[in-house]
Structures are given as C-alpha cells and as structure tokens.
Design a protein around this ligand. Structure first.
Ligand code: GH3
Ligand code: MG
Ligand code: MG
Length: 310
C-alpha cells in the first residue's frame, strides 16, 4: 500500500485533506509536517509515494522544500503537488519549474484533489515498476544464465575500464583464463545436463575465491576469466594456484567420486609489448595453451620471450 506526506502550516487544511483521502482508501500511511523543514525530515524517514506541499509556510517555505528535495537523487521521482493560493500564476509556474508535478489552487475542491492525487500515484506506481524491470534487465544483460556469474559482454566492459584506470595510475592489473580439463569427456560420458551442472558448480566454487573488486565471468563454453585489478604477478599467480587447488579438491555433486580439474593461463600487466585488454587475453590464452600442452591441471604465467641471441 502507498503513503502520502502532507505539508501545510494549517492543521485544518492537513486534516481536511487527510479525511478526504482516507475515504478514498488510496493510502495506508499518512505523514504530516507543518513546514518545509519538518517535511524534509518526514520525507527522508518515510519515503512517501506522493507529497502534497503548501507554498507559504514559516521556517521553510514550499519552494525551498522542493529545491532541497529534488537535490537528493532518492526523491527525484517522488511526485509533489503544490498547494497554491488563488490566481498566483507565477507561484504555480515557479513550482513546476522547480520540479513539482502538479498544483492545486486553494481553496480546493476535494474531488479535484482526489483526482489529481490519483493521477500522480498511478504515475509513481508505473514509474517504480518500470525502474524495477529496468534493473532486472540490466542484471540479465550482465549475468550468464547458466552459471549466474557475469557474462563476457559485461566482463569486457569492465576490463577496458579497469585497464584504462590501471594504466593511467601506473598500477598493475592481472588477468587469468581457465578452461576445464577434458570437459568434452564429461559431456560424452554423463550427458550435457550433467556438464551444465558442473559448469554451474564451478562458477560457485570460483566465485568464493575472489575479492569483491575482482571480476569473474564466464567467457564462453567451459572457459572462465577473472580480472584482478591492482594485482601484481606474484599475487595473481598465488590466486590462480589457490583456485586450481580449490577446484581439484571440490566435490561436484553431479560427478560423485570424480575429480574435476582446470588449467589456467595468467597474464599480468605491465608486460612489454602487451598494451590492450585483447593483447592481455591473447598472452593469457597462449599461457593456457601451454598449461594444456604440458599436462593440464596447472597454472602457466605469460612471460615475454627472450629475443633470439644475435
Ligand atoms: P581440454 O582439456 O583440452 O580443454 O579438453 P576439453 O574436452 O575440455 O576441450 P574441448 O574444447 O574439446 O571441449 C569443450 C567442451 O565444452 C565441448 C563442449 O560441448 C562443451 N561445452 C561448451 N559449452 C557448454 C555448455 O554450456 N554446457 C555443456 N554441458 N557443455 C559445454
Ligand atoms: Mg575449451
Ligand atoms: Mg576444456
């Protein structure tokens, strides 16, 4: 249910409004304030869905209230209906300029009050729903459906942002790519749904290994990537090794009694000749390839090849 804040220095006006709105059963909670200052306190405390606000009040008038309220991003979308005196067109215009959604001229007719409040409440409800759906969409656009960790698209966005930042401030940055060993065998032996479950469980196991500022994502198929902003090579190597062991020791309920292992390629920036996220990924990918070639279930760190002897 919804709530409304009524700000007016006249208790008679406040009570009249309250009575009329109560009859309409639009709101569950009613908050009152006798000036703008008290109104701001009530606003911050209760986050009402609609605000009715008088213009001329002692202490803090309605315009100052409106200005201060709209400075706070939390209340940008909270509708305010200003209560103005008759014929004060400039006051109505100023209120609308400051972000009021509507106004009512005093003395007002209660059926008009009700109609205008209903419109604002409806708009606010729709706006709230839209915001929620937008947040869900944003979440969906960033998260991989199967593993519930970030997807490749979001990862690449973050990688560019973090890379630019680390380069600008001369800070290190590390990246790792991991690939499940002989994963095709899991699918071939136990079926695709079991493979899916292993991928999902691996996402959870890996997620538990990282600090909140690290970004773990599913890069595609059975490959996962991790971005470790500010992490120097030693630290990245340790984290990769810890992850390798954690996966090796993890019990996967979908594969009772069996071990799952991963191979990892790590690349730390700065590295000579490596100056973009794509170049870092390529270097780590080569290291991963080497990890596979040299026996799997291991970590290989990308290094610069020594130039051929003259
Ligand atoms: P290697 O140790 O060399 O990495 O061997 P591998 O068998 O893991 O490598 P390969 O790249 O040949 O196979 C990867 C397999 O991952 C093939 C593909 O069917 C499977 N795969 C990719 N995405 C998914 C997925 O979403 N679900 C399941 N179940 N399997 C997937
Ligand atoms: Mg693979
Ligand atoms: Mg594999």
């Amino acid at each position: 249910m919804s709530s409304i804040l009524i700000i007016d220095d006249s208790i008679t006006v406040r009570q009249g409004i309250k009575l009329a709105l109560k009859k309409a059963s639009l709101f569950q909670d009613f908050y009152e304030a006798r000036d703008g200052r008290q109104g701001l306190d009530q606003l911050r405390q209760h986050h009402p869905d609609v605000v009715l606000c008088d213009v001329i009040m002692p202490e803090m008038d309605g315009f100052t209230f409106l200005e201060k309220m709209k400075e706070d991003p939390a209340f940008i979308d909270t509708p305010v209906i200003m209560l103005t005196g008759e014929g004060l067109v400039d006051k109505k215009v100023r209120g609308l300029d400051l972000g009021a959604s509507d106004y009512l001229t005093k003395p007002f007719d209660f059926s008009e009050l009700l109609a205008r409040v209903k419109v604002q409440l409806k708009l606010k409800t729709l706006q709230d729903e839209l915001k929620k759906v937008n947040e869900q969409l944003l979440e969906l656009s960033r998260v991989d459906y199967l593993t519930q960790i970030f997807n490749r698209r979001y990862f690449m966005e973050q990688f560019q942002v973090e890379f630019d930042r680390c380069r600008r401030y001369g800070q290190p940055l590390s990246f790792m790519i991991m690939d499940i060993d002989h994963f095709k065998l899991v699918n071939d032996t136990h079926g695709h749904p079991v493979g899916d479950q292993v991928l999902s469980d691996l996402g959870k196991t890996a997620n538990g290994q990282f600090a909140f500022h690290d970004v773990l994502a599913r890069y595609g198929g059975e490959e996962f990537v991790v971005l470790l902003p500010m992490a120097a090579p030693d630290e990245a190597n340790n984290v990769a090794e810890k992850l390798r062991q954690a996966v090796e020791q993890n019990d996967f309920p979908a594969l009772p009694g069996q071990r799952v292992t991963i191979s990892l390629g790590v690349c730390s920036y700065p590295l000579p000749g490596v100056d973009s996220p794509d170049a870092i990924i390529s270097a780590a990918d080569e290291a991963l390839y080497l990890a596979k070639e040299t026996g799997r279930n291991r970590v290989v760190v990308a290094t610069v090849e020594a130039p051929p002897a003259a």
